[in-house]
Design a protein around this ligand. Sequence first.
Ligand code: ZN
Length: 210
Amino acid sequence: MSLREQLCEYGRRAVELGLVIGTSGNLSVRQGDLVAVTPSGAALDRLAPEMCPIVDVEGYLVEGELQPSSETPMHLAVYETTDAQAVVHTHSVFGTVVATTMTELPPVHYNALLLGGVVKVAEYATYGTPELAANVRAAMEGKQAALMANHGGVTIGATLEQAFEATRLLEWLCEVYVRGLGVGKPTILTEEQLAAVVERALNPPHFPRR
Ligand SMILES: [Zn+2]
């Protein structure tokens, strides 16, 4: 699948799964110095490959008639400082709830380790600005995900599929935490408990054949 075809596929899935409403949210995928990104103002479930602009890592438009998503500077900032090959940004409900009420998503489930443990909330700045890009870049350091204050969430991956799955996981973790707060006081996993999970993952059980 070409980079642009991938954007169409995952854009459609993002809307289907309710991670994105209408034209909110944007995706990009990188190959070398080029980045294919969803266009500004287009519904993500109604994209055609040729609608998706291609920019270079410096932000110059290389191909396409439509303007790149207004959040493209944030995508490029993330590419600049991580080894990400894809970036997914949504305004998913539970992610936005956490980003609007808290300064971080604590690890209440061990799967949070897949995103780097604690997920930080990047400080608020107007959408599309270099300030927001810088804040997200700082919150993302050493992680696969960040939340954006009063805005939404962003995840990265080695492929668009990975970045997309990270977005689904981020939303699931936020939902568990928010619903947990409605029931009682969610227990946060300790450093020691998380280290034990890493240890366990590195040494999976071996079942001998009979
Ligand atoms: Zn946004």
